[in-house]
Write a protein that binds this ligand. Structure first.
Ligand SMILES: [Zn+2]
Length: 123
């Protein structure tokens, strides 16, 4: 598709936001993207990955909080969630309680999925 964009020779870099809740291995993702990019204008592009910590909100009291990668790993191991979280990150809310009021009516604000943040082109 880029070959058909006038003036665009090559993709210089791609920046992706990777939500930690998705348990995506950044190195594996970069490796897969480099293979997929072969013989395309994306070949050789620098791939930047920004890891996004999970952020939650309590529907009861409005409190917002994050958890560290370490806490996420511990929670995931405790409830044996690793394969499930990878495919269905939203399930994490069933295992969380609001640190402020104790409600289990919790939603994810960010920290899941892989989002294309930006593309830098060589024109
Ligand atoms: Zn709350």
């Amino acid at each position: 598709m880029l070959n058909k964009t006038p003036g665009v020779k090559k993709v210089k870099s791609i920046t992706l936001k990777v939500g930690l809740l998705s348990l995506v291995d950044s190195d594996a993702l970069k490796f897969a993207l480099k293979i997929a990019a072969k013989s395309t204008p994306v070949e050789g592009a620098h791939i930047n990955i920004i890891l996004v910590k999970p952020r939650f909100s309590c529907r009861e009291c409005g409190y917002e909080w994050t958890i560290s990668q370490d806490s996420l790993n511990k929670l995931s191991e405790k409830f044996d969630l690793t394969p499930t979280l990878h495919l269905y990150p939203d399930i994490i809310v069933r295992f969380l309680k609001c640190p402020s009021c104790g409600s289990n009516d919790v939603e994810i604000i960010e920290g899941r999925g892989v989002i294309l943040e930006s593309i830098e082109l060589d024109v």
